[in-house]
Design a protein around this ligand. Structure first.
Ligand code: ADP
Length: 264
């Protein structure tokens, strides 16, 4: 078991984290004794083939799923020791989320969606901060629009602003640009990177897209539920090289090779 990276201040940490689903014949070790640290003010991407445990690891580290063994911490807080109520509080107050499907409430306008987690928590937003965040994601002239009146890229900008609004210790993104075209995707990734550079935000993002991953400071590669490599200051080309290398010893059936056969 190797521990990856030792940044000066750790925003989140997994130690020997293991997640098993099912029992007997349906038993799957989705995450297998993973030890990894995410440094404060860093943008990390988690990559790996489909089924390698990326989402499970992220969900366990974000307190969205229980773990089977090992530990997960946000800052110094051990998630395993928390009651459901405390865990809900921690997610609400210290963690931001960005999902592929935006998850905005259709009856609320953009500003109301951005403020929602703070309102639910009974926290007063810092007005200067909120203005700054809205400015950074370029939503100032769309605040009264409802999600259906916004493009996919704009909806995801609302989701990014919502995640940033409460100044969480860490933001977790699960394929945050998975539904966007390449231009909107580049925009969102640029915002995330700026939030790390300019606001000191910590971001961890699951992605299968080498271009998306190249926006990160660091990439952690998973295969078969384990950490198999790491890349710092990645470029899309170097990411592709690594992806190829790790996919070779993954997927025993391999990706489909050659052209698809005609279907009729
Ligand atoms: P990735 O995000 O890399 O595609 P996942 O974390 O979704 O991988 O899944 C890792 C493994 O755990 C896969 O074999 C998947 O089938 C299994 N798995 C994920 N979630 C569940 C679940 N709720 N119940 C049973 N098995 C699951």
């Amino acid at each position: 078991m190797t521990t990856v990276a030792t940044p000066s201040t750790v925003a989140a940490r997994a130690t020997g984290l293991t997640k098993v689903y099912g029992t007997g014949e349906t038993r799957v070790v989705a995450v297998d004794e993973v030890s990894v640290e995410f440094g404060q003010g860093e943008f990390t991407a988690i990559m790996g083939p489909s089924g390698s445990g990326k989402s499970t690891l992220m969900h366990c580290m974000a307190g969205l799923d229980t773990i089977s063994a090992g530990s997960a911490r946000i800052g110094e807080t051990e998630l395993g020791g928390l009651s459901d109520r405390r865990l809900t509080q921690l997610r609400r107050d210290r963690v931001g989320f960005i999902f592929q499907s935006y998850n905005l409430l259709p009856m609320l306008n953009a500003l109301e969606n951005i403020r929602l987690p703070l309102d639910v928590a009974g926290r007063r937003p810092d007005p200067a901060w909120l203005d700054h965040v809205i400015d950074i994601v370029g939503l100032s002239d769309r605040l009264r629009h409802r999600p259906t009146q916004l493009s996919g890229g704009q909806q995801q900008r609302v989701a990014v602003a919502r995640a940033l609004a409460g100044k969480p210790d860490i933001i977790f993104g699960d394929e945050p640009t998975g539904n966007l075209d390449s231009r909107a995707s580049a925009e969102i990734l640029g915002f995330l990177r700026n939030s790390v550079r300019e606001l000191g935000q910590t971001v961890v993002m699951v992605t299968h897209d080498p271009v998306a991953a190249s926006y990160a400071d660091r990439i952690v590669f998973l295969a078969d539920g384990r950490v198999v490599g790491e890349l710092r200051n990645p470029t899309a080309e170097r990411v592709l090289e690594h992806v190829r290398r790790y996919e070779i010893h993954q997927e025993p059936n391999g990706p489909r090779e050659g052209p698809a056969s005609p279907s009729s």
